[in-house]
Design a protein around this ligand. Structure first.
Ligand SMILES: C[C@H](O)[C@@H](O)[C@@H](O)C(=O)CO
Ligand SMILES: [Mn+2]
Length: 595
């Protein structure tokens, strides 16, 4: 069931750059230069996979590039092989503007060998100057320690930069040409669900597709889904999704017959939303050729509230299952599915997914709990990672079940790519989740809300893309940890909120300054009601990705030495890297068009 990709997956192009002088110089460098390219390919293939689990593919230019004609041949080959980002490598001096990659839409990096027999770093500086002068930002990679010319190894610091650049560049390339599918429109006036087509088009190279929620009704009533899959899905759901005790007041509870019907509807909604996003060849066999095509969507969102949920079952089951890495068809790639059609949170999830290949947690950024407030209502003192207070992440709906804390690597709780997840782990995530009949005061049409608590301390990064008139898109990033509270403390705090929704306790890493002065400040600086949470400390990758797309980062708590942006950012000032980021993004404008 992966019709995500129309055409080939984007490849990484590797460009071996050489001094073009024949009769001695070039000949002496051919082998070394090609070996650098091959070692970069081996590194990338060892460490990087596409979100569907396949190993990344690289393309190396047919010859080393010593001049403009060879650069053009390389560009031609790369165009034919769907290259989406390029890395130029060189051990020596070569001719800057004659050899660089001139495609303005392709993220680019140059690794200049730090040797002294031949001056790779001098080429790097000259080529970067040419890039800067021509408005073609490029990432500079220069090892800290001098290597001998016959040393074909890649130093650790260079490896780190090559991989950081490649992860971010692949994310850029993977988004290009795909769609965000809005199912419904604006939910409860949430600005993030006012889908902004110019942003998607100019900054991400993506299309916007829109379907009315009445399409779900049509497909349910006209049975435009695979009936065999529906039967299998309903059976699986009954066996794997435990229904919780109805928490509604007796007079607000739906009848058993209604609730049974709701299970059928929410399972059908899940099939339909997926088919709308990526298509389904089975529909063609059933006579629905047009519906079988889907919308080529890499991310989507469902308005739900209010018109739909005032009458039909809510979208929580559909959202939670699609955002998780398993369903009745087994273990599979998670979909990026935004509740309340908050497309800006959907894009934040997409960034995290493309950088890590993992499921992403969608949540309301609901409450700042200070240590004093927690002590007042529970009598308990917060400690450890939570000592400075907590942010309560909770939303009805789309939280991925992968965030239950039941996935493991080397005995530690994690969120990991689907190909590492075992059947037992998927079952444990499902077991940790209870599906309560939806709160019928919010959701008059019923449905089921997933309830779990993230019972693990895991490194995570919360991010959020916001649109600001006059400025454009800005990204905010907060690295921190999920916190496992003692059960009795959690229970008291949880009982004060929407009991039937999933909870994650988040403690951001503090720096003592600005937005990260304390936990309260992080909450107070958050730019919208939602955040997207990714496993791991991926702030540095998000920063590189944002720079490639020319999206400035308004707040982050990433170590200065991990910040890696195109080298031309240095020319925009070095006192306060944030200001330089804003000026550079403003100057270059969106990757795919004018602001
Ligand atoms: C049920 C409520 O309307 C929630 O959906 C609401 O708290 C939100 O999630 C707002 O983002
Ligand atoms: Mn919400």
């Amino acid at each position: 069931m992966t019709n995500y990709w129309v055409g080939d997956l984007p490849r990484i192009g590797i460009r071996p750059i050489i001094d073009g002088r024949r009769r001695g110089i070039r000949e002496s460098l051919e082998e070394k230069t090609m070996n650098m390219a091959k070692s970069v390919e081996a590194l990338l293939k060892e460490h990087l996979r596409y979100p569907n689990g396949e190993t990344v593919e690289c393309v190396i230019a047919d010859t080393t590039i010593g001049g403009v004609t060879e650069a053009a041949r390389c560009a031609d080959k790369f165009a034919k092989h769907n290259v989406g980002l390029t890395i130029s490598v060189t051990p020596c001096w070569a001719y800057g503007s004659e050899t660089i990659d001139m495609d303005p839409m392709i993220p680019k990096a140059i690794w200049g060998f730090n040797g002294t027999e031949r001056p790779g770093a001098v080429y790097l500086a000259a080529a970067l100057a040419a890039h800067n002068q021509k408005g073609l930002p490029a990432f500079s990679i220069y090892g800290r320690e001098v290597q001998d010319i016959d040393d074909n190894s890649i130093p650790e610091d260079v490896k780190g930069k090559l991989l950081q650049f490649a992860r971010a560049g692949l994310a850029v390339a993977l988004m290009k040409g795909k769609s965000y599918l809005a199912m419904g429109s604006v939910s409860m006036g949430i600005a993030g669900s006012i889908v902004d087509a110019p942003f998607f088009q100019k900054y991400l190279g993506m299309r916007n597709e829109y379907v009315d929620m009445s399409e779900f009704t049509r497909r349910i009533e006209e049975e435009i889904y695979d009936p065999e899959e529906f039967a299998k899905a309903l059976k699986w759901t009954k066996e794997n999704c435990t229904e919780g005790e109805d928490q509604n007041k007796p007079e607000k509870q739906r009848s058993r017959a209604d609730k049974d019907k709701d299970w059928e509807t929410v399972v059908k909604m899940t099939l339909i939303a997926r088919d709308l996003m990526i298509g389904n060849p089975r529909l063609k066999e059933l006579g629905f050729e047009e519906e079988a095509e889907g919308h080529n969507a890499l991310a989507g969102g469902f308005q739900g509230q209010r018109q739909w949920t005032d009458h039909f079952p809510n979208g929580d089951f559909m959202e939670a299952i699609l955002n998780s890495s398993y369903d009745w068809n087994g273990i599979r790639q998670a979909y990026m599915f935004a509740t309340e059609n908050d497309a800006l949170n959907g894009v934040s999830m997409l960034f995290g997914h493309l950088l890590t290949n993992t499921a992403q947690l969608f949540a309301d950024v609901r409450t700042y709990w200070s240590p004093d407030a927690v002590e007042r209502v529970t009598g308990a003192k917060l400690s450890g990672k939570a000592a400075g207070g907590l942010i309560h992440l909770i939303n009805s709906g789309s939280a991925t079940l992968d965030a239950t804390g039941k996935l493991e690597r080397d005995g530690e709780p994690v969120i990991k790519p689907f190909w590492e997840i075992t059947e037992e782990e998927a079952a444990a995530c499902l077991k940790a989740t209870t599906w309560y009949p939806g709160n019928t005061e919010y959701f008059r049409g019923g449905g089921y809300s997933s309830k779990f608590v993230t019972e693990a301390e895991m490194p995570v990064t919360m991010c959020r893309l916001n649109l600001v008139e006059g400025l454009g898109p800005v990204l905010q990033i907060a690295e921190g940890y999920t916190v496992k509270l003692p059960r009795e403390v959690h229970d008291v705090l949880d009982a004060r909120t929407d009991y039937t929704w999933p909870t994650t306790w988040f403690a951001p890493n503090l720096t003592g300054r600005g937005a990260f002065r304390d936990v309260y400040s992080v909450m107070n600086h958050w730019g919208a009601n939602h955040g997207s949470i990714s496993y791991g400390h991926i702030g540095k990758d998000l920063i590189s990705l944002a720079a490639m797309l020319r999206i400035p980062v308004s707040m982050h708590n990433v170590k200065e030495e991990d910040i890696f942006r195109p080298s031309t950012w240095n020319a925009f000032g070095t006192d306060g890297l944030e200001g330089a980021d804003y000026r550079a993004c403003e100057t270059f404008g969106p990757l795919y068009g004018r602001k």
